[in-house]
Design a binder for this molecule. Structure first.
Ligand code: HEM
Length: 230
C-alpha cells in the first residue's frame, strides 16, 4: 500500500527564487547530531561543508574535535586516535551494515545525505513521516518491533517516533515543539542533499537579468537595422 499523501508545507527553498533559511539549517544540524546521528550516517557531508553555511569555522572546528577519529599509520606503523578536524566526515553511528541491522532489530537506517531527493514527496514526506506517528486504526495489527506510521509506504516502520516536544534545546530561543524540530531537521537534510541550491537560485536570477537584457538589445538593434528597408 502507498503511504498517505503528505501535506504541502511552505519551505522557502521550494519557491522559484527562494533560498534556504540558514538559521533553520543550523538548528537542524543540532537535531541531526543530537537525535538522528545515533542511528543514521550522513556520509556525503564533511565538517568543513558546514563552515559559513550554518556555523563559523571556529564553531565547526570545536564540534569536530569532540569526536575521535582513527588515523595512521604513524612512523612506527601504528594506527592511532586523534580529535576530528575540518576535513573529516560526519562520524557514522555503526562500522558497517551488519552492526547497523543488529542494533535495529534487522532494519537498516538509511544514510540521510540524499534522503530528501531519494524519497517520493521529498521534504514534505520526511516532515510528515517524522511527525506522523499515531495509533494504528482499529483492526490493523502492527508486528512487534515495528511502529505504525500512515505516511510510510506499507504503514509499518522499524524506526520509532524520535521527535517529541522538548527533545532538543535551541540556543537561539526558537520554541522546541516537535513540529519545529522536524521542520528544522528537514531543512538541514534538504541542504545536505542540495548544498548548491542557494547558488543555483542566485545564478538563475543573474541569468534571467543577463538574457533579458541581451534580448532587449538585440530587438532594438534589429529595429534599427531594418527600419530603412520597411
Ligand atoms: C528510517 C529519518 C532518527 C532508525 C528513516 C528514514 C528517514 C529517517 C527519512 C527513511 C524512511 C523511508 O524509507 O521512507 C530520521 C530522522 C531522524 C531519525 C530525520 C532524527 C530526527 C532515527 C533514530 C533511529 C532511527 C534515532 C534509531 C533509534 C531508523 C531505522 C530506519 C529509519 C531502523 C529504517 C526503517 C524501515 O525501513 O522500516 N529514518 N531518522 N532513526 N530510521 Fe530514522
Amino acid at each position: 500500500a502507498e503511504g498517505l499523501h503528505p501535506a504541502d508545507h511552505p519551505f522557502p527553498q521550494k519557491n522559484l527564487f527562494g533560498t534556504f533559511d540558514h538559521a533553520s539549517i543550523r538548528r537542524g544540524f543540532q537535531v541531526f547530531k543530537e537525535v538522528c546521528a545515533a542511528c543514521h550516517s550522513l556520509d556525503l557531508i564533511y565538517w568543513r561543508n558546514l563552515v559559513d553555511v550554518a556555523y563559523t569555522e571556529e564553531e565547526v572546528r570545536e564540534m569536530a574535535a569532540e569526536y575521535e577519529y582513527e588515523d595512521g599509520p604513524n612512523d612506527v606503523g601504528e594506527m592511532f586516535m586523534r580529535p576530528g578536524k575540518l576535513t573529516d566526515p560526519i562520524p557514522r553511528p555503526y562500522p558497517n551494515e551488519e552492526a547497523a541491522r543488529a542494533a535495529n532489530a534487522g532494519a537498516l537506517p538509511p544514510d540521510l545525505s540524499l534522503i530528501t531527493k531519494a524519497r517520493h514527496g521529498g521534504v514534505d514526506y520526511i516532515y510528515a513521516l517524522l511527525t506522523g506517528y499515531c495509533d494504528p486504526p482499529a483492526g490493523v495489527e502492527i508486528r512487534e518491533g515495528l511502529n505504525y506510521n500512515p505516511y510510510f509506504p506499507g504503514g509499518a516502520i522499524a524506526m520509532a517516533q524520535n521527535l517529541f516536544d522538548g527533545v532538543v534545546e535551541f540556543e537561539d530561543g526558537t520554541e522546541n515543539t516537535a513540529s519545529q524540530i522536524a521542520k528544522d531537521v528537514v531543512t538541514f537534510l534538504n541542504w545536505s542533499a542540495e548544498p548548491e541550491l542557494d547558488d543555483r537560485k542566485k545564478i538563475g536570477v543573474k541569468a534571467l537579468l543577463l538574457f533579458s537584457t541581451l534580448t532587449a538589445i538585440s530587438l532594438w538593434i534589429k529595429r534599427n537595422r531594418w527600419q530603412t528597408l520597411k
